[in-house]
Each structure stands twice: as C-alpha cells, then as structure tokens.
Design a protein around this ligand. Structure first.
Ligand SMILES: *Cc1c(COP(=O)(O)O)cnc(C)c1O
Length: 446
C-alpha cells in the first residue's frame, strides 16, 4: 500500500468523466432513496485526502460523516483488520466467542466517563446501538417512555426515526413510528428567544416541566441526548443544560443515555464530549469514529443496568464482528499514539481563528451568524444578512463552490443552513489551511 500524497489536486471537472459514467450506472441500479453529497467515485483515501477515479485529490472535511477520524487507511487499522481477516472473518460471538470483542469492551470500560463497573454490548450501526440502549433502559426500569430533544438525530430504523426530530428527509412518508417517544426543548443558545446566556437554565426548566406534566417522570425509562447535537446543526447545549437534565434523570431513576455516536472518540478534543461538563452517563452509545471505518457500534454503561437483560436478549448475527473489532483496536491504538485529542483541539483553534476572521473581514461575512462546535466538530450557521433568518441557499452554494475546488464539506441543521466541518483528526495543518483558503474564496463566489 502506497501512501496517498497529502495534496489537493483538481485535474478534471468535479465530478470528472469517469465519475459521471459510474454515476449513470449507479442511477440504473441503486435505489433513488440512497443519496450522495457529491457523486465523485472514490479510488482510495487516507490522511486528509480522498482520491477519485479521475485522479482528483479532494481535501476531506467530512471523514465519511465523522467516521474516519484516524484516516481512511490508518496503518494500525489496516494491519490489525488484515491479520484478523486472514485468521477468521466470523464465527458469531453468540455461537463461539473471540478475544477481540472482549478487548473492545475492556477499552470501552476504560475510556468512557466514570470509574464505576461497566459492561458493553457490540452491534453494527449507530441506530442499532441506540435501539439497544432503549431495550436495556426499558427492561432495567420496567418503564416505557423515552424522552428525546428538539433537533436530535438518532438514526433511520423505525424506533430511531421516532427518536429523530427532523421530518425531511429522515421520516417523511415512513411512518407510523414507534410509540412512547416524547420530545422536549434543548438549549440552542444561538436561537434561544431570551439569549444564549439564559438558554441552559430556561430550556432545562421547560424540558423538566414538560416531562413532569406531560409524561410523568415515573414513567420515563430513558432520556437520550447527543452532548453535541450532530445532524441537527452541531448545537452545543448551553452550559448548565446537560448537568440539569442528568441530575433530573438521577433523581427520578431514569437512565441517562449520552448518544456519542458522532461526538465520541476524540472528535471534540476529549474521548467523549460529555466530559466537558463532567457528565457521567448511565449508558453511552458509540459508533462512527470507533473503528476507523469498519462497521461497529456499542452500548456501554453501568454494569447493573447493562446486566438487566436476560441471556439471549441482546445481540445479532454480526454484532461485534471480529474484523471490525480488530479495526477498533487499531483505531484506539492510533488515537492514543498520535494524541488525537490534542490534534482535535488544535484543529478547533485553527478553524475557529480563520472562520472568525472571515466573519469580520469578508464583504458578506455577516451571513455567518454563528461559529460553533468543539475540536474537529466545527460548524458555521448561515443566515440572511442582518437577520437570524436561516439561509440554506448560502449553505448549498458554499458547499457547491468548495466541491468544485476539491474540498469536500457537508451541510446539516434542522433548517439546512449549517456548513459543518469534520476533518480526519490526522489531517495536516497545511492541508487544513488550504481547505480554509478555498472556503474563504467560496464566499466571494456566492
Ligand atoms: C449517525 C448517528 C446515528 C446513527 O448511526 P448509523 O450508524 O447511521 O445508524 C445515531 N446517533 C447519532 C448522534 C449519529 O450521529
């Protein structure tokens, strides 16, 4: 395997002719419901670069949606997963177990917040982890209600669609949804009516009041929240919000679940984003960044809660696949060795500095309403000049202009007006600055 040169290179239109040809084939045979941000077909990827089939090299500010934090071909992931492939691909942990699964659970116990006894169960996707967290919370509490938040995202299966806030594209036409799911306000500082400084206290009071009045705390099995809301727009709940909700859960015997599927594994400059306010969740769901691109997810939490389910009640044919477990051990090894928490913090410094400059110096810089996020999970919320009205058109145009110049960026947000940046944590600083140059130039083109 040769390392991919870490430089941007645009040699054709984007997408180029070979990608266009593949896209035509794809449209004939891949279901229309499966979309792509940028129909550029990948030849190889690694570090901060995605190389396409036409020989273009794109700077990757997406990491396959926060997955390839260690890069898309990290040495330790490739080495360990390849060795595992040669030994055996599958036995099913529920039939004959293997050490890799146990080792991943040991790592999860060590890395997740809190020093209480912990156990884990492994699955394949984020949605599957969230579903299982709900199963575990329900059997443990013998209650049924699940509380989630405005702007929350938890997946695309039936239960996790119900947990997800945004209708289009995730839910439209796909109902009916699972019952006993209740949504309450979150402290979205930028859009809180009485100002960001009041959002933490007021939103938590409203959320708790709604739970008490509309559901009854004694009926609630779980409260599930993303410590930094991902698809909803990289919303960091205002200070004080998460501790108030976690305390309420504790006082009422409710299982507090941190969905760290997007924010976990060094993404925000900590192993887990909930560490920022000292939150110790009862259960934590992880996926995306965990295994360097191989499909793996987990529910980790207090041993007495995790052990509530009877033997055979949790699992799945592929859950904790041995190759994916080997990949996870390689990814975690890489995170420790390269101090990817430190790298994420440095990415935040560089990105927030440059984005702040753009906001103040560019002619149309005032359409950057908010710059937010932590570590390598950074976003700008775009608004119409002089207002807080969402500007999804600007987000779409900026993304398009960046793509044309070979910088892969993603959008998100309930209003579709957030440009989000999720670079691999191993991206070189020169490459990151070059991507920021392209983003800056894109403002001149919209
Ligand atoms: C992506 C995501 C999920 C769903 O994960 P899948 O692997 O796509 O099923 C759930 N929760 C959060 C916070 C996510 O970002």
């Amino acid at each position: 395997m040769t390392a991919i040169p870490q430089e941007r290179r645009v040699v054709t239109a984007i997408p180029g002719p070979k990608s266009v040809e593949l896209q035509a084939r794809r449209l004939e045979t891949v279901a229309a419901g499966v979309g792509s941000t940028l129909p550029v077909f990948t030849a190889r990827a690694g570090g901060g670069i995605i190389e396409d089939v036409d020989g273009n090299r794109l700077i990757d500010l997406g990491s396959g949606i926060a997955v390839t934090s260690v890069g898309a071909s990290a040495e330790a992931v490739v080495r360990r997963a390849s060795a595992q492939l040669a030994d055996f691909t599958h036995t099913c942990f529920m039939v004959t177990p293997y050490e890799g699964y146990v080792e991943v659970c040991e790592q999860l116990a060590e890395l997740t917040p809190g020093d209480h006894p912990k156990k884990s169960a492994l699955f394949n996707s984020g949605a599957e982890a969230v579903e299982n967290a709900v199963k575990i919370a329900r059997i443990h509490t013998k209650r049924t209600a699940v509380v989630v938040f405005d702007h929350g995202y938890h997946g695309r299966t039936n239960l996790t669609m119900a947990l997800t806030a945004k209708n289009m594209p995730y839910k439209q036409g796909f109902g009916p949804f699972a019952p006993e799911v209740y949504r309450v306000p979150v402290a979205y500082g930028y859009r809180w009516p009485t100002g960001a400084e009041n959002a933490g206290a007021e939103a938590s009071a409203q959320a708790i009041d709604q739970i008490n009045k509309q559901i009854g705390a004694e009926n609630v099995a779980a409260i599930i929240i993303e410590p930094v809301l991902g698809e909803g727009g990289f919303i960091e709940p205002a200070k004080g919000f998460l501790p108030a909700i976690a305390q309420f859960a504790k006082d009422n015997g409710i299982v507090f679940v941190a969905d760290e599927i997007q924010s976990g594994f060094c993404r925000t400059g900590q192993w887990f984003a909930c560490e920022d306010e000292g939150i110790v969740p009862d259960l934590i769901t992880t996926a995306k960044g965990i295994a360097g691109g191989l499909p793996l997810s987990a529910v980790t939490g207090r041993a007495e809660i995790m052990d509530s389910a009877h033997s055979g009640g949790l699992g799945g044919t592929y859950g904790g696949n041995p190759v994916a477990c080997a990949g996870a051990l390689g990814a975690i090894e890489t995170m420790r060795e390269l101090d990817l928490n430190g790298k994420a913090k440095r990415i935040e410094e560089v990105m927030k500095g440059r984005l702040g400059e753009m906001q103040s110096k560019l002619d149309n810089g005032d359409i950057i309403g908010d710059i937010r996020g932590r570590g390598a999970m950074i976003a700008i919320e775009l608004v119409k000049s002089g207002t807080k009205d969402p500007n999804p058109e600007a987000a779409a145009k900026l993304a398009k202009a960046c793509h044309a110049e070979g910088v892969l960026v993603l959008t998100c947000g309930t209003y579709g007006n957030v440009l989000r940046f999720l670079p691999p944590l191993v991206i070189g600083e020169d490459l990151l600055n070059e991507a920021l140059d392209v983003i800056e130039q894109a403002f001149g083109r919209i």
